[in-house]
Write a protein that binds this ligand. Structure first.
Ligand code: DGY
Length: 328
């Protein structure tokens, strides 16, 4: 009898997807809310045929280079894959999968949740009431900024950036986007205007980031960029923490060079408990949950499973980030 291939899954994922995988593979799931330690990842990659990873698993050069030749696929349950050394995986001819598309709308929804929350001071109001403070209605109590009719700058006009722009139509916003490429048809369809990064930063009331983290986007938003934003402007980040220089952001918020920021990601995740940025009242921060709807997480799990199944069967992954591995 043929041995079933083996797959290691670095966290509990949707049971329906896991059941599908268990029908064709011996599956071991890391049963903890924390990522497996490095030694475990190393050990598993030396023994399994496929692995499903999350963005909290650092699959770096050393780990990939020590993987066994029987490792046929790394399947990331996320659209981003900056935690994986793709170059090394490609050199080793290991296809890497990701889960694009299915989290677009959920992430765009959450971007808007953050944008509205920081503009209209929702967490502050909620905190006060929970603390037993209901200030009498007053002309200046918890006043924020209008979103309707304001201007929005979208950095990165891929799937998620476009979904954010679609939602802005209802708010009658003036929308600018910056990207490495232009989208002339979408400019008409979504009523958006292409702008340089500096124009976008200096003209927008809200700036939202939707690009991948890679060496060229690391600290794309630093001191200089924050310095040209309007003092009344807000920064929203649901992409990756490393795109923003967090020390520069701290200073910009503390010294009110910008009005506020609402971020779902940070350079170091989890953020250290006593990080000084957490003391600032013009920051909203959530723990990387922009794609966290039950339906989306189930869809992501199914794509990750489909990728891993294709990989262990020696077939091309439905969603592969390094298709060069298939060139002979
Ligand atoms: C991703 O898929 O890259 C997201 O950050 C997960 O929320």
């Amino acid at each position: 009898m043929l041995l079933k291939p083996s797959v290691f899954v670095t966290r509990q994922i949707d049971p329906v997807a896991l059941d599908k995988l268990a029908k064709i593979a011996n599956v071991e799931v890391w049963n903890s809310d924390s990522p497996p330690p490095r030694e475990i990842l190393m050990e598993k990659l030396r023994t399994v045929n496929g692995i499903i990873t999350l963005l909290t698993d650092s699959i770096d050069e050393e780990i990939i280079s020590s993987a066994s030749h029987d490792l046929r696929v790394i399947s990331q349950m996320a659209v981003g894959y900056d935690n994986i050394n793709i170059q090394m995986a490609t050199r080793r001819k290991i296809p890497v999968g990701n889960t694009p598309g299915v989290l677009t709308e959920t992430t765009a929804d959450f971007t808007w949740a953050l944008l509205m929350a920081i503009a209209r001071r929702v967490p502050e109001g909620d905190r006060e009431v929970h603390q037993g403070i209901w200030r009498p209605w007053g002309p200046n109590v918890l006043t924020g900024q209008d979103v309707f009719g304001s201007s929005l700058g979208i950095v990165g006009f891929g799937r998620i950036g476009q979904a954010v722009a679609r939602r802005a139509i209802g708010f009658k916003m003036k929308v600018r986007y910056f990207d490495v490429q232009r989208y002339p048809e979408l400019e008409t369809e979504l009523n958006v205007q292409y702008a340089s990064l500096s124009t976008l930063l200096s003209q927008s009331d809200f700036i939202t980031l939707h690009i991948n983290l890679n060496p060229s986007s690391h600290h794309l938003i630093g001191r200089e960029e924050l310095g040209i934003m309007k003092p009344t402007a807000y920064l929203i980040n649901t992409a990756r923490g490393g795109i923003v220089d967090s020390e520069a952001l701290y200073d910009a918020l503390k010294f009110r060079q910008i009005a506020g920021a609402a971020i779902d990601v940070f350079e170091t995740e989890p953020i250290p408990a006593h990080h000084p940025i957490l003391e600032l009242d013009n920051l909203i921060i959530t723990p990387h949950i922009a794609s966290a709807s039950k339906q989306t997480r189930a869809r992501m799990a199914m794509i990750a499973v489909n990728n891993v199944i294709a990989g262990i069967n020696g077939e091309q992954l439905p969603h592969c980030v390094n298709p060069e591995v298939y060139q002979s």
